[in-house]
Design a binder for this molecule. Structure first.
Ligand SMILES: [Zn+2]
Length: 432
């Protein structure tokens, strides 16, 4: 039996939902045209006026936005409300260039909290739960998003932030945390720490909501086993609001997009043509009712598939399959597309945990890829012959998954640096 945070909206018949989207979109395009000079300029450059937009079916006439567009007019790109009406900013990490600053009015914060509350309820949460938020707080949207959702639901919220594993475990046992929210790599690390300390019987966790990085099904099973929980995926990006743009239900077969707030399209990233549901392409979002930072047709660079097949949970909003990774995460090795999540899946199938680092280089104009993988305490051996045999098995399994030669170096347990936020999985020396 499913629970919903907002049943009427989450299970709204699709036709009615489409009408709601259309109504919000028509209001939003007026707001953007009148109040958002950055996007109006883009529309004018594309030869589109607000008068050309008669319904949401005309959305394909509108220009796309890219991360570069949002960086260009830093720090106020796409701002559509006076700062005096904004109450908060969040920001992207800016590791690959200028940061994107996202602005929120109180209405925008409420809308975002609502999306996260839906995700917590879909993971089995109620006001009686103790929600342990170990995403980073601050400019990163992970902590504030789930914190807000948990507040709105009325659950006791532990604003742990990331790091300080001893304190995490102490609060988890002393306060009886029942729902853990963090990155999947940190959840795996906490699981490892729980096993190491032998305190699994002292924790009361029942579910986890993990996102902000790509993770495999195998990693999910691993985390579920070590922490004794059901692990749910959550998706989002600062440019659209933060976590909670879409979330997983108990069916665990894709994440329901909060379509009353965010309109999703899949496009062919080369031709920019809109593709029908069921086809793989780049995910594009339009904010239907955000006030301060109303991003239109934003290209996420996430490659995925949408499905509107009915879901056993009763929610009617479309589901997106877990993106294989952001196209930014994709490595091209000797012309072959490789996602770190594929390598991770192979490792876990072979009985390893997701502690690894990928090193890519170019030697004599040819790409090389090597993975350092930690042995687990169970399969650890110092016998060089045995290690060589284990490495050979991994090389063969990776070859059959990826079709290319990946060199494997097994290392002793606990020798790869653990991350408390997003894991640094790839060192690409080709770019240096
Ligand atoms: Zn569902």
């Amino acid at each position: 039996m499913s629970n919903y945070f907002q049943k009427d909206i989450e299970t709204m018949p699709r036709e009615q939902l489409k009408a709601l989207q259309n109504e919000k979109f028509m209001k939003q395009i007026q707001h953007v045209w009148n109040d958002c000079p950055d996007y109006r300029r883009k529309m004018e450059a594309a030869g589109v006026s607000v008068d050309d937009i008669k319904s949401i079916d005309d959305i394909s006439k509108l220009p796309f936005l890219s991360k570069d567009d949002l960086r260009e007019n830093y720090p106020t790109a796409m701002l559509a409300k006076p700062l005096s009406e904004c109450v908060r900013i969040q920001s992207t990490s800016g590791t690959t260039g200028k940061r994107v600053i996202a602005y929120y009015t109180q209405h925008d914060v409420d809308l975002w909290d609502e999306c996260c509350a839906r995700a917590i309820v879909a993971a089995g949460g109620t006001k009686d739960d103790v929600v342990h938020v170990s995403y980073g707080y601050g400019l990163f949207t992970g902590g504030p998003g789930l914190n807000g959702g948990s507040h709105m639901l009325g659950s006791l919220t532990l604003p742990m932030s990331s790091g300080n594993t001893d304190r995490q475990l102490q609060f988890m046992t002393d306060l009886g945390s029942t729902i853990l929210c963090c990155t999947p790599s940190y959840a795996a690390y906490l699981g490892e720490a729980v096993t190491e300390r032998g305190i699994k019987d002292q924790i009361k966790l029942k579910a986890g909501i993990f996102g902000a990085e790509a993770w495999s099904e195998e990693m999910r099973r691993d985390i579920e086993k070590t922490l004794g929980i059901k692990a749910y995926d959550i998706y989002g990006l600062t440019e659209i609001s933060g976590p909670g743009v879409s979330f997983e239900c108990e069916a665990q077969t894709g994440m329901h997009i909060n379509e009353d707030h965010f309109y999703a399209e899949i496009i062919d990233p080369d031709t920019l043509e809109v593709l029908p549901h069921g086809e793989q392409g780049e995910l594009v979002f339009t904010c239907l009712d955000k006030e301060a930072f109303p991003v239109m047709r934003y290209r996420t660079r996430d490659i995925c598939v949408l499905t509107d097949e009915p879901c056993s949970c009763g929610r009617t909003h479309v589901k997106m399959v877990k993106p294989r990774g952001r196209s930014d995460d994709m490595l091209i090795i000797k012309g072959v597309n490789v996602f770190p999540s594929q390598i991770e899946a192979v490792m876990i199938q072979q009985g390893y945990q997701a502690n690894y680092q990928i090193i890519v280089d170019r030697v004599n104009n040819s790409d090389t890829i090597e993975v350092n993988i930690e042995m687990t305490p169970e399969n650890y051996t110092a016998d060089a012959e045995k290690v060589a045999k284990m490495e050979k098995e991994l090389v063969a399994a990776l070859k059959s998954m990826l079709g290319i030669l990946v060199r494997v170096k097994l290392v002793a347990p606990q020798t790869i640096v653990r991350s408390e936020g997003k894991a640094v999985r790839v060192i690409d020396n080709r770019k240096i």
